[in-house]
Design a protein around this ligand. Structure first.
Ligand SMILES: [Fe+2]
Ligand SMILES: [Fe+2]
Length: 228
């Protein structure tokens, strides 16, 4: 497989105003924690962080769904977009769990972080949906960079370029000889798409024009059975 789809790995929303700066500062703090905790264990890093990444889409979808029911209004396609994001992140997790196994300590971290992050993100979304989407936009900027570093580790031989797990070949419609590198390339493209969509939602809520068209979204299988 080639390196397509192309991803602008340096796309960055310049923080404007207090809310953007809070979102950016919060993201950079978490990035520092992740760097300290995982260092270059990218498989483990992907597993733990994907359990977090799959939360905001479902929270955003739930809150928008309830809001549309109350106000009896249209959602402009936001709910499905956010549910798709949550599902896509869960498939990232199901893919990387075939590549690395979390330690017992990491499983405990996942458990604790899920409680805290779900509640915190839910409250943040209720208080300021705009800030919540900006946070996700910045998270996704970091995800794009992390997967770029993961690619470098594979390309320079520090991480093995294993065969792509069957679940990934099915989900991203990859050939039988696809490798882990090919998987990381399409996962990174997914993250770039989420990045642009969430920055776009935040900008829409802030009343400013989104920067550009979202990065292209890779094609995914519509039936996401657990192929092994
Ligand atoms: Fe992800
Ligand atoms: Fe993502």
């Amino acid at each position: 497989m080639s390196d397509l789809p192309y991803v602008d790995i340096n796309a960055h929303h310049q923080p404007r105003g207090l809310r953007d700066h809070i979102a950016f500062g919060f993201t950079k703090t978490l990035r520092f924690c992740a760097d300290t905790f995982f260092a270059k264990r990218y498989g483990h890093r992907a597993i733990v962080l994907e359990t977090v990444a799959a939360v905001p889409g479902m929270v955003g979808a739930t809150i928008n769904h309830l809001k549309c029911l109350r106000r009896m209004c249209d959602d402009n396609g936001w709910i499905r977009t956010l549910m798709e994001e949550a599902e896509n992140e869960r498939m990232h997790l199901m893919t990387f769990i075939e590549v690395a196994r979390p330690t017992l300590f990491e499983r405990l971290v996942i458990l604790a972080v899920q409680w805290v992050f779900y509640v915190a993100f839910f409250v943040l979304y209720l208080v300021s949906a705009r800030t919540a989407h900006r946070v996700v936009g910045y998270f996704e900027e970091e995800a794009v960079l992390s997967y770029t570093y993961y690619l470098k580790e594979i390309d320079e031989g520090r991480s093995p370029n294993l065969p792509a797990p069957a679940i990934a070949r099915h989900y991203w419609k990859m050939p039988d000889d696809a490798t882990l590198r090919d998987v990381v390339v399409v996962v990174r493209a997914d993250e770039a798409h989420h990045r642009d969509v969430n920055h776009g939602f935040a900008s829409e809520l802030a009343g400013i024009a989104p920067a550009a068209k979202p990065a292209p979204y890779p094609e995914h299988a519509s039936d996401i059975r657990m192929v092994r």
